[in-house]
Write a protein that binds this ligand. Structure first.
Ligand SMILES: [Zn+2]
Length: 411
């Protein structure tokens, strides 16, 4: 019954494939990733109680045995919680042809929302504060690479992160302007917390905006603000940074804001991912002082109709990392992280994976505003503050922060 429509190079080179599934297939009914930890002891206990009630006709002895077996299995399963998402090197891109993140797996655990009642975990991330940053960034206006808007944003971020005690470094490089051929200086903004920690994690986004809303059917040469495609990642990292100085544990964290993700004046002519490619080349040539265990990219995570599926290239390059993040979302009850593959997207994580060899996952909502809309707001004047929300930033920021805390517990 599954219908799959395949688009190659539709709209933008950013897309590789778009899988369109009928609604009933897309519905996140069951978490299908058996490798990830899901159930907290509380959930397991309540599930057991329910089972006892349902099976009341079974003799007491059998029931006790079953309960002991169930709790033992649950305990064994819970031991996987603290396992680091290592082993990605064993996975190859062939998983894309046989997606491991979607159909086929049988459910072994109850749905995360079952029996949650009033015991919902509370967000530890202030999405409202992040949303204020998103608005402030948009008030700058367009932040196109090499423009005054970009410089203003860089100054704002530098001031903020230096006040938090982080090291801030602008990694500059020159490119040719796609239209004039003149040299333009671009810059990736790197923010380093706990520089003394040898093992490190990379959290990144792009902070440039597309020069024009070229997908806008009404005004393709209008003003592109990039509230979601640009400012949302910046706002998220801005707020996340407040948690970094107090982050205990074994990993230092670097934020990198990539420039030139879409320094694109003419569709299909101009090169994308300039900043992340430069960064990846420097890293691969040992010209960047860090050794990253993992990278996490966020892009377009402010959409107020949030739905974030597994992204195909992430599943291919970094499947266990990707599943570990969605696993955290499941445990927190953040249903907007849907553990099914939907899009395969070319984004800044590709140079990081393929050139720098940093296993990197892309957290991206590529259904802006909805799955049915065919990404109608993307690269249009509709990518504005009103179509983003504090709630969405709360959810993504919370998942990322809690994932970081889990990573910090690992050796
Ligand atoms: Zn874009």
């Amino acid at each position: 019954m599954t219908t799959i429509r395949l688009f190659v190079g539709q709209l933008d080179s950013k897309i590789g494939f778009v899988f369109h599934l009928p609604y009933h297939v897309r519905a996140p009914a069951i978490f299908d990733d058996q490798t990830e930890p899901l159930a907290r002891p509380g959930n397991l206990m309540s599930h057991s109680k329910k089972s006892i009630f349902r099976e009341s006709r079974i003799c007491c002895h059998r029931l006790t045995l079953a309960l002991v077996a169930f709790v033992s299995l649950a305990f064994a399963h819970s031991q996987t919680v603290a396992q680091p998402p290592t082993g990605d090197t064993n996975d190859t891109r062939t998983s894309l042809e046989n997606p491991t993140g979607s159909a086929g797996a049988k459910p072994t655990v109850p749905q995360i929302n079952e029996n949650r009642g009033s015991q919902l975990p509370q967000p530890t991330f202030d999405g409202q504060s992040a949303f204020e940053v998103l608005k402030a960034v948009c008030e700058i206006g367009p932040r196109v690479s090499g423009t005054a808007g970009m410089k203003q944003q860089q100054a704002m971020l530098t001031k903020h992160f230096e006040a938090l005690g982080a090291q801030v470094h602008l990694q500059t490089f020159n490119v040719r302007h796609p239209n004039t051929g003149q040299l333009v200086e671009l810059g990736n903004l790197a923010v380093r917390f706990h520089p003394e920690r040898e093992k490190r994690l990379l959290i990144c986004c792009h902070y440039d905006t597309r020069p024009f809303p070229d997908q806008d059917k009404v005004n393709p040469r209008g003003v592109f603000l990039g509230a979601n495609d640009g400012a949302s990642g910046v706002a998220l990292l801005y707020e996340l940074g407040k948690h970094m100085p107090g982050l205990p544990g074994n990993f230092g964290v670097d934020f990198v804001f990539f420039d030139g993700e879409e320094f694109v004046y003419v569709y299909r002519r101009d090169t994308m991912f300039l900043g992340s490619t430069h960064f990846a080349n420097q890293y691969a040539a040992n010209k960047w002082p860090a050794n990253y265990t993992y990278g996490v990219l966020v892009d377009m995570i402010g959409d107020k109709n949030l739905e974030i599926y597994y992204e195909g290239n992430s599943l291919s390059f970094a499947p266990r990392l990707t599943r570990s993040i969605w696993g955290v979302a499941q445990r927190l009850g953040v249903k907007e992280f849907v553990p099914k593959k939907r899009h395969k997207i070319r984004d800044d994580h590709l140079p990081l994976n393929s050139i720098a060899r940093i296993r990197t996952c892309d957290i991206i909502d590529f259904d802006y505003p909805t799955a049915e809309s065919e990404n109608a707001y993307w690269h249009t004047e509709q990518d504005k503050v009103e179509n983003c929300s504090a709630e969405s930033l709360t959810k993504v920021g919370w998942v990322l922060l809690e994932w970081l805390k889990e990573m910090e517990k690992l050796n």
